[in-house]
Write a protein that binds this ligand. Structure first.
Ligand code: CU
Length: 355
């Protein structure tokens, strides 16, 4: 009898263990939520706490920063123009580096961005071949920074061996050459850290004879390592994951589109760009007048850039994204909304012209 009571006690004890254990599978989030945030030392030396990909900005007291990808993709900085005595066009730009700001890069995800002119990417610098480019650089950050431009220039203007300390200034000067799509970025060691935090931008040198008219967009392909483990948690065109998926870029059918695509993605060896519903002619670094191919896919390593020219034959919503599915599912997915333009369907006029 006694052993019978003990057996039933054991049964109920085992049953209650099984029931409590099964709750883990019913409400695992409750259990995960009880994990204590882990403490990390960030690149900037701040101590922050996080339970995973989402950074709780404890410890950040930097200025909050907003970024508008729609504005960025169509905004070009042509500088302040002066015509010199010999007829040369001088373009002066003012770029300030900071490393103390935070940006909500995705809902609830805060990231300590390092910025050129309060923006990630920095402003798209634009000049015409042969212009004299003068860049007044100021470092208002807590770490040394520099500006390294791709293109043709003197060694002392390369921004690699002379890092500019806190409060320092440096004037970079060079002629805009060659024609094409280039980039600039901070080149202070460890470069990986300075690029991963956002110190880069696009640099366009237009030919003296302008390219054909087109609607122009800049897409800087980048990523965000929000938990500082040396891998990207998010990927994007123009910094904000999934932005152009939720805010389609509106264009018209048969409208000529020119996209300036720069890959600055840190930590991953290659990035890529895939366009749906049409194909593009592409110009590597934009330096040649003859396209290198007609394709809907581009594969680019870090620092690679391409000018793409295309148009859409049919209206509708079309994706463009990384064909690397990990990247697209973590934010590098965008859309064009192609609208009908009545003027493009005036076939009667075309018919009359042929007659
Ligand atoms: Cu830097």
């Amino acid at each position: 009898m006694k052993s019978g009571i003990q057996s039933s006690k054991m049964f109920y004890i085992l049953l209650s263990i099984v029931m409590v254990s099964s709750l883990y599978f019913v409400v695992p989030s409750v259990i995960v939520a009880e994990e204590s945030p882990r403490t990390f030392l960030t690149h900037t030396g701040l101590v922050i706490q996080t339970t995973g990909d989402v950074i709780d900005p404890i410890g950040y007291d930097g200025e909050a920063l907003d970024f508008d990808p729609d504005k960025f993709m169509k905004e070009f900085d042509f500088g302040e123009v002066t015509i010199l005595d010999d007829g040369t066009v001088l373009r002066e730009f003012y770029i300030t580096a900071r490393d103390d700001q935070i940006m909500e890069v995705s809902p609830g995800v805060f990231y300590n961005v390092w910025t050129f002119n309060d923006s990630v990417p920095g402003p798209t610098i634009r000049a015409t071949e042969g212009d004299l480019v003068r860049i007044h650089f100021t470092n208002e950050g807590s770490k040394p920074h520099s500006l390294h431009f791709h293109g043709i220039h003197k060694a002392e203007m390369d921004g690699v061996f002379e890092s500019i300390g806190t409060g320092g200034k440096f004037t970079y000067e060079f002629y805009a050459e060659p024609v094409g799509l280039h980039l600039y970025h901070c080149h202070v060691h460890p470069v990986e850290e300075h690029i991963a935090h956002g110190l880069y931008g696009a640099y366009i040198v237009d030919p003296k004879e302008p390219r054909e008219p087109a609607e122009e967009f800049v897409f800087v392909l980048n990523g965000l390592d929000t938990d500082f483990d040396g891998e990207n948690n998010f990927y994007a065109a123009n910094t904000i994951p999934f932005y152009y998926q939720h805010h389609p870029i509106e264009i018209n059918i048969n409208q000529n589109i020119r996209a300036y695509v720069v890959n600055i993605l840190e930590f991953d060896a290659v990035n890529n760009f895939h366009l749906h519903g049409t194909l593009f002619h592409h110009y590597p670094a934009g330096t040649d007048t003859v396209p290198s191919g007609y394709n809907d896919m581009l594969t680019m390593s870090q620092g690679d850039r391409q000018i793409l020219e295309f148009n859409y034959k049919y209206p509708g919503l079309y994706m463009f994204h990384a064909h690397n599915t990990e990247f697209s599912e973590k934010g590098w997915v965008s859309t064009f909304l192609v609208k009908e333009n009545a003027n493009d369907f005036d076939t009667e006029v075309e018919y009359d012209d042929i007659i």
